[in-house]
Design a protein around this ligand. Structure first.
Ligand SMILES: [Zn+2]
Length: 530
């Protein structure tokens, strides 16, 4: 027996004796302290909620990149200058308002400040237009504000709702109710103006200046939800977006400038509209252009080359964007969503780089993939799979995707040792079995398959980045601990993360990926479950 054999025998017995396989050794490098350190930065206010394409998201990308460099994990993206890098840059198209203003007497009024639109109004080319004031814009048996007014081709200005008389009753009906208030009242007024040939409507808001500020912010937030981001330029023509008469809500201040009167006179008229209000005829300019702008963002990735099966790749993914800051200035830190997945990947990369440095690198390669634009419709993962898969999809063994693993949901309030698995059996029964066995041998959590049920109304299988792999017949597992009261709220903060369970689930992902990367045969795609 030579010395080397003796040494190997010693090594083997010591492994058996102490029970520590290389997998166990490196799995245990994943710990709460590191996760907390990373997440305290990723989910800090400094990153401003990591909105897609924002400065904060770029800071997160830099942090990930620096971590990969420090670990010695290879770049795999070829940049335009021919150099290798960690970021796959992506140009997204975002539709929204572009150049929008009203000019009164040479003074430009500010969109979503002095006034705001009702709906998605598109006036792509500046229009010059005459205005007509018609008081409250009421028309019935006793009152007719439209009488003898020429509205054809003009911008009609009226006050919202209806005034009340001294007895607190609505003037036109002398009753407690009026058909001319609220959104149905506005619709009636819009209809009459449209029938009389008006081109635009300006509604004078009765809100005071603070209330008007709030209204602007709320409308801006509501309407911006319709501003979609996409990978490709929109094919629809924005110039035909108007379906009703373009209507804007304006402040009393802006209204008095339009009418060429002192605001006090307007206030007096609002109170008692029976008095006549002498207004000046004015011509205004208006533009309210909708269109697309580009948003620069990137997927970040690091590559750990395998040994004898290096052409085959296991992907571990998480999205590193979140939803940013709301109209009230509140930062959505997204500690759980998906700061937890983002930082889990940082720890996984570290564990693998240590294994490789110790001569225990995996047989298959590992791609650590931080995707962008998840919150905007899984755009970063879609870009990766549909437009530029850095690793050919047929060489991609599976995608283990982590999205929210740091909290507990209502169902598991009494037991934090669980994780929802979604998708594991859909394409490969082998993957499902491996995942089950590895869990039993390692953290032994309750694996909850509630959301894997195709009848589950939440449809989570379609709602995170793994789906873009699954639709290409690449087996996936989605790791998830469920929604909670801070989901997509400003309270999704690092203080509420349960680091012990979070760390264990990260270890489970490590152990599962380790088996997938090291086993003799690549897992087989043999099922096609809905
Ligand atoms: Zn998420």
């Amino acid at each position: 027996m030579n010395k080397i054999t003796l040494f190997l025998l010693f090594l083997l017995t010591s492994l058996v004796c102490f029970g520590q396989s290389p997998r166990q050794i490196f799995q245990e490098t994943i710990n709460e302290t590191d996760l907390r350190k990373h997440l305290s930065y990723i989910a800090s206010d400094e990153l401003g909620g990591r909105d897609t394409g924002s400065e904060g998201q770029k800071k997160a990308a830099d942090y990930i990149t620096n971590h990969l460099i420090a670990l010695g994990i290879s770049p795999i993206v070829k940049n335009q200058d021919g150099k290798m890098g960690y970021e796959q840059s992506i140009e997204l198209y975002k539709n929204g308002w572009k150049d929008s203003y009203v000019v009164i007497n040479g003074k430009k009024k500010v969109f979503f400040n002095d006034y705001f639109p009702v709906g998605m109004i598109n006036i792509p080319v500046e229009k010059e237009i005459e205005t007509v004031f018609i008081g409250y814009g009421i028309q019935n048996e006793t009152t007719n504000d439209f009488h003898k007014k020429d509205l054809k081709g003009k911008a009609v200005i009226f006050i919202e709702n209806e005034a009340k008389n001294k007895n607190g009753k609505y003037i036109s009906s002398n009753a407690d109710n009026s058909d001319w208030v609220g959104s149905s009242g506005l619709k009636k007024k819009q209809k009459i103006a449209a029938d009389l040939g008006a081109d635009y409507i300006f509604v004078i808001s009765l809100a005071d200046s603070d209330q008007f500020k709030t209204l602007n912010a709320e409308r801006k937030a509501v309407l911006s939800r319709f501003n979609r981001m996409a990978i490709e330029k929109s094919k629809t023509d924005n110039s035909t977006a108007n379906t009703t008469l373009p209507t804007f809500i304006i402040s009393k201040k802006m209204a008095s400038e339009m009418l060429g009167i002192n605001q006090k006179k307007l206030d007096a008229f609002v109170e008692s509209p029976s008095e006549t209000l002498k207004t000046k005829k004015s011509t205004i300019k208006i533009k309210s252009e909708r269109g697309e702008e580009t948003v620069q963002t990137s997927n970040v990735m690091g590559f750990l080359e395998g040994t004898d099966k290096k052409d085959e790749v296991v992907i571990i993914s998480a999205h590193y964007d979140h939803v940013g800051i709301d109209e009230k200035g509140r930062i959505y830190n997204g500690a759980d969503d998906d700061g937890s997945g983002t930082c889990a990947l940082l720890e996984l990369a570290e564990a693998y780089s240590k294994a490789k440095a110790a001569g225990n690198g995996p047989r298959r390669s590992i791609l650590f993939l931080w995707v962008t634009g998840e919150e905007k419709g899984l755009l970063g993962s879609k870009y990766y799979t549909d437009i530029n898969p850095i690793i050919p999809l047929d060489k991609t063994v599976c995608d283990l995707n982590i999205d929210m693993i740091g909290r507990i949901d209502k169902k598991h309030e009494t037991n934090e040792n669980y994780v929802y698995l979604i998708g594991s059996d859909k394409l490969s029964s082998e993957l499902h079995n491996i995942s089950e066995n590895v869990n039993k041998e390692t953290i032994n959590f309750d694996l909850d398959y509630e959301f894997n049920d195709p009848k589950d109304p939440n449809r989570f299988y379609y709602r995170s980045d793994h789906y873009n792999f699954a639709k290409n017949k690449i087996p996936v597992i989605f790791y998830f601990t469920g929604v909670h009261e801070d989901y997509h709220k400003p309270g999704d903060d690092v203080e509420k993360i349960l680091f012990s369970k979070y760390s264990k689930i990260t270890q489970l992902v490590f152990a599962t990926s380790w088996e997938l990367a090291n086993r003799n045969d690549r897992i087989i795609v043999d099922s096609n479950k809905p």
